[in-house]
Design a protein around this ligand. Structure first.
Ligand code: UDX
Ligand code: ADP
Length: 459
């Protein structure tokens, strides 16, 4: 089959895999290859057991894999053949040296730039997909164009990915917007138009927006910072509700009905997790400090502090409610993923909660329909007694308390009378997502502790 265009994606993770699957699905005349340095990951993408769980992903991969979607470890060949190269390698928070704990660690990013330079023998469009600090494209351009070769030009574009885990396929298929940042040069505009054309296969034109490259890089950080800020804002108010008998659900509803504010992302919780929010805000904070904007940096840093505070508050509430001792008590965690419909546990509040419970010498039983393999890795070095039991009824059996940490739908529909009868009395339920019917649970006999609402206790 002759393909109109060859596309490569470097990095087969949560972003690269689903995004390229969608491009291949929507652009049957484009050849899409995804490469990774991790051979196990590539083998998994080529098997029936994909390396990530995402509703709807299996079907799309099955429909196009081997036709115009390929997963491979041959990075050199991929680079040689492609006209457009997406880069979606990981950019974790830097753990060493200057900026440790805040700045983005760009070593994987720089390595890919050098790999492209080494293997490319024709002009390429390089697309930044990973979330990056503003001005990264400049570094990329400098590396790529350090020793110019006649007839070979590298044009760098920024095209941040806004998909959220758990709804990635829908987000990719019906994005609110696709953002493409480019240089305002002739080559920049030409490259931008090529990418617009790619997305126009399925995204309405008015949703494909273009901007200068720095605005595009910054917009991704800012979008995540705003979303995280909403969660921290509502969580901060949940603390006030618990002191005043106001109900956070009622407050969020009343506030969210103002169309200027909107009702999304106002669910109070045990705290936000995920690979992006904390990392991107830290990154934003670091950039602001770098430019001497200390007040701006402090403003955004507060979003993370409230998130930590919310998790600490949750654990303190558990200890206090359970007579100031958890030693030897069996506590079941309903959910370990950072949100529902994913097996991803990166930065999940459940990691912090589980570790704190173990420090208090509680016995921890972890239950989750998709995240147990990751939970085992996250707690591999934790000391204490931990059990991993997928079935929620078995997991809760003989426990003193349940802490619901992930809003999986299945937890809404369990037989809580049966669960209550199997637990040690008095039984406690801490709803870290406010998804359960608290009055019904109270009527069954539970002592119920929601977020930002009065506790319902029998003593
Ligand atoms: C986020 C952005 O939404 C996405 O656009 C970006 O590309 C990547 O980062 P993701 O991390 O997958 O996506 O999940 P998201 O749905 O944003 O949730 C993040 C965290 O906030 C989760 O832990 C979630 O449970 C929590 N959250 C979200 C709340 O606690 N309350 C809410 O109202 C919404
Ligand atoms: P994200 O959530 O941003 O997609 P992941 O960590 O899930 O991040 O995926 C990033 C992927 O990039 C990993 O599978 C990792 O092995 C891969 N990767 C990192 N550096 C390179 C590189 N130089 N070449 C190819 N793949 C890389």
């Amino acid at each position: 089959m002759h393909f109109e265009k060859r596309i490569l994606c470097i990095g087969a993770g949560y972003v690269g895999g689903p995004t390229m699957a969608m491009i291949a699905y929507k652009c049957p005349r484009y050849q899409v290859t995804v490469v990774d340095i991790n051979p196990e990951r590539i083998a998994a993408w080529n098997s029936d057991q994909l390396p990530i769980y995402e509703p709807g992903l299996d079907e799309i991969v099955k429909a196009v894999r081997g036709k115009n979607l390929f997963f491979s470890t041959d990075i050199a060949r991929g680079i040689k053949e492609a006209e457009i190269i997406f880069v979606s390698v990981n950019t974790p928070t830097k753990l060493f040296g200057i900026g440790a704990g805040r700045a983005a660690d760009l070593q994987y990013w720089e390595k890919t730039a050098r790999q492209i330079l080494e293997h490319a023998d024709s002009s390429k469009i390089i697309v930044e997909k990973s979330t990056l600090p503003v001005k990264t494209a400049l570094a990329m351009e400098r590396i790529l164009n350090a020793s110019p070769r006649p007839g070979i030009h590298f044009e760098v574009l920024s095209n941040p990915e806004f998909l959220a885990e758990g709804s990635a396929i829908n987000d990719l298929e019906n994005p609110d917007r696709v953002l493409i940042g480019s240089r305002e040069t002739e080559e920049g505009r030409k490259a931008r138009d090529e990418l617009v054309e790619l997305y126009a296969h399925w995204v309405p034109r008015e949703r494909i927006i273009t901007s200068n490259i720095w605005s595009s890089e910054l917009s991704k950080l800012v979008a995540n910072a705003f979303l995280a800020q909403r969660v921290s804002s509502i969580n901060s108010i949940s603390a006030l509700c618990e002191k005043t008998e106001a109900d956070i659900g009622e407050v969020a509803r009343a506030v969210g009905m103002d169309h200027r504010i909107g009702d999304k992302f106002l669910n109070a919780s045990v705290g936000f997790g995920g690979s992006c929010f904390k990392k991107d805000i830290l990154n934003l904070v670091y950039i602001c400090q770098y430019y001497g904007l200390d007040e701006v940096a402090e403003y955004w840093e507060q979003v993370i502090k409230i998130n930590q505070y919310q998790q600490q508050r949750f654990i303190q509430k558990m200890i206090h409610a359970m007579f100031n001792t958890l030693a030897g008590k069996r506590i079941c965690l309903f959910g370990f993923a950072f949100k529902a419909n994913t097996g991803d546990t990166r930065e999940s509040p459940a990691i912090f909660i589980a570790r704190k419970l173990l420090e208090e010498q509680a016995i921890v039983v972890v239950s989750d329909p998709k995240a147990l393999p990751n939970a085992r890795l996250d707690l591999a070095d934790a000391e204490g007694e931990i059990h991993y039991i997928e079935d929620p009824y078995q997991a809760a059996q003989g426990c003193h308390a349940i802490a619901l940490l992930t809003e999986w739908d299945l937890y809404r529909h369990l037989d809580y009378e049966k669960i209550y009868r199997s637990m040690v009395q008095p039984a406690f339920l801490f709803d870290g997502r406010n998804i359960l019917d608290h009055h019904r649970l109270f009527a069954i006999g539970f002592n119920v502790f929601p977020i930002g609402k009065p506790a319902l206790t029998h003593f």
